[in-house]
Design a protein around this ligand. Structure first.
Ligand SMILES: *Cc1c(COP(=O)(O)O)cnc(C)c1O
Length: 431
């Protein structure tokens, strides 16, 4: 497989773009080599600028749950385009998408649309602070909630427990109200409450997807919520990745727990920049223009993005692919384990709904520390072998693979062969 045109564009891109990318994970930094440039995509496939075709398990990191360019979504976008692109005034479709969201999440009476997951989360934190009148927020080590200052902590294991900024340019003052707890460890949350009386709430990925897929232990979220309520603090569930992905009502529907504030993104925009945060009326009424918490956006509720979101969620509800996702993910887990075993490679596979990934490690992965034990070099070998077999995966050991409802039997057969070959390459590389 040749990547000549990608290589050329990469060299060219370096001049006027930072690292030739607009988001660092696209840079392939942790697997080596240069990033691929994509030309187009359709259904379950994505095509690079060298005309190599891949089965896509990245799906733009989640949004393209129906596969690329679903015809109903495309039709809705084209129709919306004819009416204009943005008005700085309300449109009917904003109400329609809001109703879909409120119907899907029992804990959401009202919603506010924004333009990214990052924006949804930072607004949700402001809202939790506005509502409780308290300043501190607890986040879990290894969870990613976008790139706002206050949440760029514990992105790396060494800094995790110290509450030091995980990025240059983030002042210590910006993270001084961010406390770090360990995923699946309620005592680490309680320890903070023992020390501080000004904690507004806890933010969590209900299924962690940004340290690889890590599942909450039985009842962890329920226990967490009960505890928080006993302390007059809020549970903020970041469903930017999991919303509409594992179930129409998100991870909350699967886990049977309702957030005080929910953050959404990715799938909700059907491939366009949409984020959202929502909650019960009494909480949302804090937000301007009803209340004193300010939050605004020139392009928020953008008509094209709303049309894409409505069409995607309507089609998703109709297809109801969640049982199929479960079956495909189980098959993929078994295939990964079987091929790894065949070639004597240690792996752990974690999955939830349509999110799955193998960790090249032994034992189990229930938190960031255990995820960090993975052998990223093995992953890099595996990754490139998969690319060469026409399978597009996220270029990091610590990212979830995503399933789309457009995957075919043939795609899965091809995936199985590729996994066998890639595990063999990993084994060979060890010798
Ligand atoms: C992707 C993601 C975000 C950030 O969303 P952006 O649209 O990239 O700003 C926040 N939280 C979670 C859980 C995510 O997966």
């Amino acid at each position: 497989m040749n990547h000549k045109n990608s290589e050329k564009l990469y060299q060219k891109g370096l001049k006027h773009l930072v690292g030739a990318v607009n988001s660092p994970v696209r840079a392939f930094a942790s697997v080596g080599g240069n990033p691929l440039f994509i030309k187009k995509a359709k259904g379950s496939k994505i095509v690079d600028v060298d005309a190599n075709k891949y089965i896509d398990y990245v799906l733009s990191y989640g949004p393209m749950i129906l596969g690329h360019r679903h015809k109903k979504v495309e039709k809705a976008i084209k129709k919306a385009l004819k009416n204009g692109y943005t008005f700085g005034a309300s449109t009917k479709n904003e109400i329609k998408l809001a109703k879909i969201v409120c119907d899907a999440f029992t804990g959401i009476d009202k919603v506010r649309f924004v333009n990214s997951g990052t924006e949804a989360v930072l607004s949700a934190l402001r809202l939790a602070r506005a509502y409780t009148g308290k300043d501190k927020i607890i986040k879990f080590s290894g969870c990613y909630h976008g790139h706002s200052d206050a949440l760029l902590v514990a992105a790396g294991s060494g800094l995790a427990t110290l509450s030091l900024p995980g990025s240059k340019g983030v002042p210590e003052g910006a993270v001084k109200n961010t406390l770090i707890a360990n995923y699946n460890d309620i005592d680490s949350v309680k320890a903070h409450f023992d020390k501080h009386d000004d904690i507004a709430g806890v933010i969590i990925e209900p299924i962690a997807g940004n340290m690889g897929v890590v599942l909450p232990q039985e009842n962890f979220l329920k226990e967490l919520k009960d505890y928080l309520h006993s302390k007059n603090a809020l549970l903020i569930i970041d469903e930017v990745m999991t919303g509409f992905r594992s179930k129409f009502g998100g991870a909350q529907e699967v886990l049977g727990v309702e957030a005080d504030i929910t953050c959404l993104g990715k799938v909700i925009g059907g491939g366009f920049p949409v984020g959202a945060y929502g909650a019960r009326n009494e909480i949302m009424e804090m937000v301007a223009p009803l209340g004193g918490m300010y939050q605004a956006g020139t392009l928020s509720g953008n008509p094209i993005a709303m049309a894409a979101g409505i069409a995607t969620l309507t089609e998703l509800k109709k297809q109801n692919p969640y049982q199929k996702f479960e079956e495909v993910a189980l098959w993929l887990e078994n295939t990964l384990l079987e091929k790894a075993n065949k070639h004597n490679i240690d792996i752990v596979v974690n999955r939830f709904g349509s999110m799955i990934n193998p960790f090249f490690t032994k034992g189990k992965v229930t938190n960031f520390e255990e995820a960090q034990q993975s052998d990223t070099e093995k992953f890099a070998v595996f990754f490139w072998e998969m690319i060469n077999s026409g399978i597009f995966l996220p270029p990091s050991q610590f990212e979830a693979w995503f399933l789309s409802s457009s995957l075919s039997e043939k795609d899965l057969e091809k995936t199985e062969k590729a996994i066998d070959k890639a595990m063999k390459a990993v084994a060979k590389n060890l010798k």
